[in-house]
Design a protein around this ligand. Structure first.
Ligand code: SF4
Length: 329
């Protein structure tokens, strides 16, 4: 198939199969820009089905850039609670302030200006350009990468490097519906060209796909092993209340409430007889020993939180997991 018929086939597939998503509704231009910004930031590191209820709630409480720029941090974090990677929410608010101050309240229609906003990098800027502004960009997300690796049967380290994948995108050609086209390609990766068991018979690209011809769908990716780190968490309990501190110590979960804890070495971890819990973070695997202690007074920057009242506090999933273990313990 030539580029033109590939484009046609992809869009035809998209028109018949796309998911109905809240940020794909019929929207005004202004809404489209805001919805795209919020959804793309939420979709960094998080799957579509997880994002949908958070997105709907966020838009209900914070319906536009102006409200976002002025929202109280406590309310903002409450809307983000459970979604993880909280710096995304903080950056989103900073971006809204900057858009209002420097771009007259309009999301910039330019890659470099978009990248000047907090939390927006190469991928998100091209996604916004394509989706919100209908410009000829194909954002290179994990889905698009996987499709390219299979179509061209890319197997070596050199072949799967980002610069080579960007070159290979010429395959998709141009479309007269750039916004739909970019979303269509990503949607094929999400729904059909899945990491395992791709549904090739339904795929509009099968005639061009070497992996399909060879029946070999293995994906070459850079191996990434998380570093294992060891911690000891101190659980101070007074009646039904537990002591949490605002985290100013570690680079992860900055400014969020955690149990007081410190990093220890593997030997100390192994010699501890306390209850243990493993928590997977994006960039490390944490092994934590739970150290029960007694304390009546607060530490600096700390709060005693009643276990029946946990829901009223903004707690990262990390702290909630430890809470669950502690309460059962
Ligand atoms: S034919 Fe199969 S492997 Fe090739 S792009 Fe389509 S779904 Fe992926």
């Amino acid at each position: 198939m030539n580029n033109q018929s590939i484009t046609k086939e992809i869009l035809k597939w998209y028109d018949n199969n796309k998911r109905i998503l809240p940020w794909r509704k019929h929207l005004t231009k202004k809404q489209k820009q805001y919805f795209t910004l919020v959804s793309e930031i939420m979709l960094q590191q998080t799957q579509v089905k997880t994002v949908i209820p958070y997105f709907n709630n966020f838009i209900k409480k914070i319906p536009n850039l102006k409200t976002l720029a002025n929202i109280n941090n406590q309310k903002l974090m409450k809307c983000w609670e459970g979604l993880g990677y909280y710096s995304r929410a903080r950056n989103l608010k900073k971006a809204a302030k900057k858009i209002i101050k420097e771009f007259d309240g309009n999301l910039p229609n330019n890659v470099d200006q978009l990248k000047s906003l907090p939390g927006i990098g190469d991928y998100t800027s091209t996604a916004i350009m394509a989706i919100a502004f209908n410009k000829q960009f194909i954002p290179l997300d994990g889905n698009v990468e996987r499709i390219l690796k299979r179509i061209f049967y890319l197997k070596t380290e050199k072949e799967v490097r980002k610069d080579n994948l960007h070159k290979k995108k010429y395959f998709f050609g141009k479309s007269n519906r750039p916004s739909d086209y970019a979303q269509a390609i990503m949607e094929i990766g999400a729904l059909i060209c899945r990491p395992t068991n791709p549904s090739c018979t339904e795929c509009p690209l099968k005639k061009n796909c070497i992996a399909y011809k060879k029946k070999n769908f293995d994906i070459k990716s850079k191996s990434k092993f998380n570093k294992v780190k060891y911690f000891e968490a101190d659980i101070y309990k007074s009646k039904n209340k537990y002591l949490l501190i605002k985290n100013n110590k570690f680079n992860f979960l900055k400014n969020l409430l955690i149990f007081p804890m410190r990093e220890i070495n593997q030997k100390q971890f192994k010699s501890s007889l306390n209850k243990r819990i493993n928590i997977k973070m994006s960039n490390m695997d944490m092994k934590i020993t739970i150290n029960k202690k007694i304390r009546k007074k607060n530490l600096n920057n700390s709060f005693f939180i009643d276990k029946v009242n946990i829901k009223n506090h903004i707690l990262p999933s990390f702290t909630k997991k430890i809470f669950k273990t502690v309460i059962r313990y």
